[in-house]
Design a protein around this ligand. Structure first.
Ligand code: GAP
Length: 514
């Protein structure tokens, strides 16, 4: 069986080869942790965003959207805590001159224990075959228990150091566990220091007195500072939500795992404003609703899990992550936080403006509490892409690479393929495409054998191929090929719009959420 690492490399290569994701500035040797989306990638990304946006703003009467600017007044970031506390703990290796995140080095060490445990389990599963009881084995095998004990000890020490912001202790853990630089192989480490993740630039010319501004590290603050504008102009009543999709920027130190951790990325965030004291009801609602949104895509329920935070940030009174099983393990795709009235109160304090809500039912003013759902578009893209990728053995030495995208978010919905490039078949194919293109992204492909063209469409995840042959000219029927089953059926050209819209429309997906 191929190693997960190799599978991931193959998936990344496929994303490039088929126009989904390119390294930014590639002809200049690339810019680390920055990526561009190609012709198919942008369609998939836009469809993911549309699914999120419509599920928020169209399925909820009390949620509206905004699009706030990337640049904001610098005091916003002071108020939100990002200037003082949006830091990563950094450590340098004096020999390789490379810089690392101290927490990531330790997390990797923890993952090594997990790997050892998984190896033991895999070995035993092979040895015992069908009679293998994994739960029992994990609870009783002495080697597994030993690794687990060491893992838990390290994890506890690490969590305590992170929570206490104890940089000396982080360094001490690195020394005690003899963690070496993967490049130099040495333990010649500097002290651990904090590094702020925000990108800073200047606004206005120096003569005018330039002002330091930041590229926003999250879209959420644009919602907080506009919440009263939206509430008043939209006559919104609590509870209500504001949704936004937009770019965010973080100067990530450890950039790896392709588009999982980027320096420029996109977020889809929704802040839901509620009465103080009612936040837990809405936290539960959004926790469940967001999981339902993910699972409706049909990528496999077992690939998701919640990770409830035990230790909460000082401004939160509940928090959970939705994690997805990536080729490199379960990883956070979305965060759901009950953020109390922290952000709004901070903005009130720093701006000196009253931004309380008047509740007509209670006849009083208060600062609303906020539930936040925050998902990375790029991480969502990665989870969809990785889980839909299959290098499929078709028997008799035949293989195909297929992307089993949920049809509603597939970049191209259908391809019309004239069987041969003559006898008027290409013209008929164009005629069909011209009918379909108002509702569906639809390509015509005439080049190469029909088999090769099917493979090309499979490789970009097109759910339907429509083959035009000589019979089409006689009776106006075509062959409709289904991507996943590869089954073919003969259907009338006049029925294509109806058949396709039933299978590929976003509405079908949205209806699953109600
Ligand atoms: N407003 C809350 C907030 O920004 P976060 O957990 O820092 O919370 C939310 O980020 C989501 O944004 C994450 O769950 C992840 O999907 C995405 N995200 C964060 N940093 C990212 C990065 N460097 N690259 C890609 N996506 C990122």
């Amino acid at each position: 069986m191929a190693k997960q690492e190799d599978v991931f490399k193959t998936i990344i290569a496929h994303a490039k080869e088929y126009g989904f994701v390119f390294q930014s500035s590639e002809i200049y040797d690339g810019l680390s942790a920055v990526y561009d989306y190609g012709q198919n990638g942008v369609e998939l990304k836009n469809n993911i965003k549309r699914y999120w946006w419509e599920s928020m703003t169209m399925l909820h009467d009390n949620i509206v959207g905004i699009d706030s600017a990337i640049f904001m007044h610098p005091t916003i970031w002071k108020a939100s805590g990002h200037v003082d506390a949006f830091n990563d703990p950094l450590i340098d290796n004096r020999d390789s001159k490379k810089r690392y995140r101290a927490d990531v080095l330790i997390e990797d060490e923890i993952a090594k224990f997990d790997e050892k445990i998984n190896k033991e389990v895999a070995k035993a599963a092979k040895r015992f075959g069908e009679s293998f009881d994994e739960t029992m084995f994990r609870q009783t095998n002495p080697r597994v228990l030993e690794h687990q004990k060491k893992r838990d000890e390290l994890h506890t020490r690490f969590a305590e150091a992170m929570n206490a912001n104890d940089l000396n202790e982080l360094k001490q853990i690195i020394l005690d566990y003899e963690i070496v630089d993967p490049i130099s192989g040495t333990r010649n480490w500097t002290d651990v220091r904090q590094f702020n993740l925000m990108f800073k630039t200047e606004m206005g010319s120096t003569a005018d007195g330039a002002m330091d501004v930041y590229l926003r590290p999250e879209t959420a603050q644009g919602i907080f500072v506009n919440y009263l504008n939206v509430q008043k102009t939209g006559r919104m009543k609590i509870p209500f939500g504001i949704a936004q999709i937009g770019k965010a920027f973080r100067n990530e130190i450890v950039a790896r795992q392709f588009i999982f951790r980027m320096r420029e990325f996109e977020q889809m965030e929704m802040q839901f404003f509620v009465r103080p004291g009612e936040e837990m009801t809405y936290f539960e609602y959004w926790r469940n609703w967001r999981m339902k949104w993910h699972k409706a895509l049909g990528l496999g329920d077992h690939k998701y899990r919640f990770h409830d935070h035990e230790k909460l940030a000082h401004y939160a009174n509940a928090a959970t992550d939705i994690e997805f099983e990536m080729p490199f393990g379960f990883k956070e795709v979305e965060g759901i936080h009950s953020r109390t009235d922290f952000d709004l109160s901070q903005h009130e304090k720093f701006s000196g403006k009253k931004i309380q809500y008047f509740d007509p039912e209670l006849n009083k003013n208060y600062t609303p509490y906020v539930i936040e759902t925050s998902i990375g578009v790029d991480r969502m893209f990665l989870s969809v892409f990785c889980s839909c990728y299959e290098d499929q053995d078709l028997g008799n030495g035949d293989r195909r690479v297929v992307l089993h995208f949920p049809p509603a978010i597939a970049p191209v919905k259908c391809a019309v393929l004239p069987l041969v490039k003559k006898d008027g078949l290409p013209d008929k194919a164009r005629e069909i495409q011209h009918r379909l293109r108002f509702d569906f992204t639809c390509q015509v492909d005439e080049k190469d054998s029909i088999g090769k063209r099917y493979r090309r469409q499979d490789a970009i995840g097109t759910p339907f191929c429509i083959t035009v042959d000589h019979q089409t000219l006689e009776d106006n029927t075509v062959t409709l090929r289904h991507r996943d089953s590869m089954e073919q059926e003969r259907v009338s050209v006049d029925d294509l719009e109806k058949i396709l819209s039933e299978k590929v429309s976003l509405n079908g997906l949205l209806k699953k959420l109600l």
